[in-house]
Design a protein around this ligand. Sequence first.
Ligand SMILES: O=Nc1c(NC[C@H](O)[C@H](O)[C@H](O)CO)[nH]c(=O)[nH]c1=O
Length: 166
Amino acid sequence: MAVKGLGKPDQVYDGSKIRVGIIHARWNRVIIDALVKGAIERMASLGVEENNIIIETVPGSYELPWGTKRFVDRQAKLGKPLDVVIPIGVLIKGSTMHFEYISDSTTHALMNLQEKVDMPVIFGLLTCMTEEQALARAGIDEAHSMHNHGEDWGAAAVEMAVKFGK
Ligand SMILES: O=Nc1c(NC[C@H](O)[C@H](O)[C@H](O)CO)[nH]c(=O)[nH]c1=O
């Protein structure tokens, strides 16, 4: 019996009235693009309109917290406020401690950001020990051993925005 992983939602949420921001890093771009595609496809399947998915990018995962805050503020100023935002980044362990410091600090910053922006900030940061782990979690490893985690993030975004929206 499969134990690990996301359980089925308690209901299917209608995303037709929400506006979602995706802000993604540009490091490890092949994996990023697969994750973003998965999130968009899942949200579209839940009724989110294409013109209600706004995409922005930052150089790397470390820039996600500040970039997300400014992205949310900018959309509000434009009169097109977001209901939920999905920061997406892919961190792959190298030969130094860089990975640990960015993973830990960025994770805490994104968690704490929710209070500041008063909206759900979905955790779209892959922190992988190897490139193979990252490819698998984006659903693009050769064996297709895992589903695309971007799909889970898209589903979480719709549920959180619909269920707990302002
Ligand atoms: O080092 N590895 C990575 C990385 N480093 C850059 C960092 O996020 C930031 O952009 C720069 O330090 C400049 O502030 N950023 C990632 O998204 N993934 C990595 O795997």
